[in-house]
Design a protein around this ligand. Structure first.
Ligand code: C5P
Length: 306
């Protein structure tokens, strides 16, 4: 019996938080050498892929108007790349529903690219498999391989070389979302500027975070969280220091700017504490809005096929 062509594939891809992010030297290609520990958390973008006469994208959800809907959209680039690599004309209509903050340091664009790779691979029956898709992901952006992979992983190189991190337990996060996004290149640029004009503490060792993950110790993880990009994000958005302080006063086990920010991730003691912490942060008006999310969760996955 001939299999019916698929009419629609829906994929869900998670946000990420960097539990540890140490930034090394700026390379000749403009990227910085990183050591980072990613964790995928339960805040998602959803992407539909439907056969069409051309490659198009529509973006809906909060701040969708800030996401490009042309050929520079990462999901469009992902579909085009998969098409080129598999000898297919990438005629597909992509629809993205944003649940991950736009320009928030949570890999929203990378999630969309990973989702598009997984969705088009299923829609077209190209069946490249995770390892091949991972290679394409690395060509699209530093965080795209992790968005595909999910879970918890150590990232090296520019962040695209992944080693899975085995750990215990699940962690309760509260993500505090800012009014406006930050540009990742600008935050890296600010870090370079700070380093030129004086010494900046560089944490290069992910050992504390990795040890806490191994034992599932949330208190130790809270203490070990660190991000070299945080001083740069705070310099560009000074109000972030008030938000970080508010979380500390409310009993968060730890808090840090996620990636290049401006989203701030707070680690709660448990789900009940996360509910209380989220409510209190929202009540204080220290941020635009809050989301609760548990981690780790899997990477980009097909959730529906029609
Ligand atoms: O790889 P991606 O497109 O997500 O990177 C966005 C920007 O972030 C890069 O153009 C670069 O300015 C900065 N970046 C960096 N070093 C990294 C990752 C990103 O400088 N390891």
């Amino acid at each position: 019996m001939r299999r019916q062509p698929l009419e629609r594939v829906t994929v869900r891809a998670p946000a990420k938080v960097n539990l540890h992010l140490s930034v090394g030297r700026r390379r000749t290609d403009g990227f910085h050498e990183l050591t980072t520990v990613f964790q995928a958390v339960g805040l998602y973008d959803e992407l539909d892929a439907v056969p069409a006469d051309a490659l198009t994208v529509t973006v809906t959800g909060e701040h969708a108007e800030h996401v490009p809907a042309d050929g520079s959209n990462l999901a469009v680039r992902a579909a085009a790349l998969l098409g080129m690599e598999t000898g297919r004309t990438p005629n597909v209509m992509l629809t993205i529903r944003k649940g991950i903050p736009v320009a928030g340091g949570c890999a929203g664009g990378s999630a969309d690219a990973a989702a598009a790779l997984v969705a088009c691979d299923a829609l077209w029956g190209t069946n490249l498999g995770r390892a091949e898709l991972g290679k394409l992901a690395g060509r699209l952006g530093s965080d795209v391989p992790f968005s595909l992979h999910g879970g918890t992983a150590l990232g090296t190189g520019r962040g695209e070389q992944l080693t899975p991190v085995l750990g215990h337990g699940s962690f309760s996060w509260v993500l505090a979302l800012a009014e406006d996004g930050l540009s990742t290149p600008e935050v890296y640029g600010e870090l370079d500027r700070q380093r030129e004009s004086g010494p900046v503490a560089v944490v290069t060792d992910a050992a504390g975070v990795l040890a806490a993950l191994r034992t599932g110790d949330a208190v130790a993880l809270g203490h070990a969280l660190s991000n070299d990009l945080q001083p740069a994000a705070v310099a560009l958005r000074p109000q972030l220091s008030l938000l970080l302080e508010a979380g500390k006063q409310l009993g968060a086990l730890g808090g840090l700017v996620s990636g290049s920010g401006p989203t701030v991730a707070f680690l709660a003691r448990n789900d009940d504490h996360a509910v209380a912490l989220a409510g209190a942060l929202q009540g204080q008006g220290a941020c635009r809005s809050v989301r609760r999310a548990d981690g780790p969760v899997p990477g980009a996955r097909v959730i529906e096929v029609a």
